[in-house]
Design a protein around this ligand. Sequence first.
Ligand SMILES: C[S@@+](CC[C@H](N)C(=O)[O-])C[C@H]1O[C@@H](n2cnc3c(N)ncnc32)[C@H](O)[C@@H]1O
Length: 350
Amino acid sequence: METSRPPAPDPRAFPRDDRRIYDFYVAGRQSAALAVGVRLGLFDALAPGPRVAAELSASLDLRPRPFRSLVIALRAMRVLESDDGGETLRLAPDAAEYLVRGRPGWLGGLVDLEIEHFLSPQALLDALRKDDSSVYGDTDPWDAHEADPEQARRFTAAMHSVSERPAAGLAEAIDFSGVRSVLDVGGGSGALSIAIARAWPDTTCTVYDLPVVCPLAEEYARSAGLSDRVSTVAGDMFADAWPSGHDAILLSQILHDWPLDLGVDLLRKACAALAPGGLLLVHEKLVDDDGRGPLANALVNLDMLVWTRGQQYSEAELRRSIRTSGFAESSIRRVPTAGYWSAVLARKAS
Ligand SMILES: C[S@@+](CC[C@H](N)C(=O)[O-])C[C@H]1O[C@@H](n2cnc3c(N)ncnc32)[C@H](O)[C@@H]1O
């Protein structure tokens, strides 16, 4: 007996190429795989050269199945490479540059923070509903650091790791000749100060940060061999008067921690504390004025929801705030520093 076949479905009736949306869904696993690789020391272990996968997994105390899963993910991400189907592994060139502890470009300090502070959907949902920093529950993050020096150390190490490359870019892109002294407000580890002092031998920098952070900055300056030109002053940048008379004042990743009206308070203090003709530098990962990207800066903005009371601002927003704080519009300009980073510069009238 002949059976009638159902009509072939119209392929357009049931969309099947979900890859663009599926890729978003799965993207967070990349952060997880990267962070685990850093925490396990996988990239450090491959730094001297290629290794046999089986030996490497044994040396990291991992069984073959989980190690294979991690390696397949990292190879697909082009972080690890292999010419023999995964028997022997090596670092991709940018992994060798940015994921090996102790190398100048090391970004692992930032990536490693993902283990304790991964931006989970639940954390994001909570932050969206709370509209306030939620990373340490109801405790203000800076109070949490003051109360727990170990948290401060971990956070400052992550900041150092994210800031080192744009700091080098800033020191190269901006002319600091004639700038004898820089006040690095909320300077954290002093990554920016260290880069400026390293590149400009006539410039001294002062990291102005909370009391718990200053000894950390001093440690970083000491290990960079720059203690003579990178020093610290402890203070509260909102409550206290700033050290005055500096030729330049730098606010790197500071405005993005607070609502813009508080940012304007800081910019006004900067204008008052600068020497006549002094240079203001605001260093941030800006989002485009039309809000369409760059994707990385738009995404890190979600971290700002969880960590802070601020957001990643656009150049237009910063220009407006700088203008209302006493700097002339004609003195404001944007300079790309490195990667996703820019500095917005302005000059105090002479
Ligand atoms: C996002 S980090 C930026 C660190 C550094 N400028 C950089 O770009 O790597 C913010 C810094 O602001 C500091 N900070 C927060 N509240 C402060 C306050 N009231 N007074 C001074 N510093 C403060 C923090 O301790 C932290 O080091």
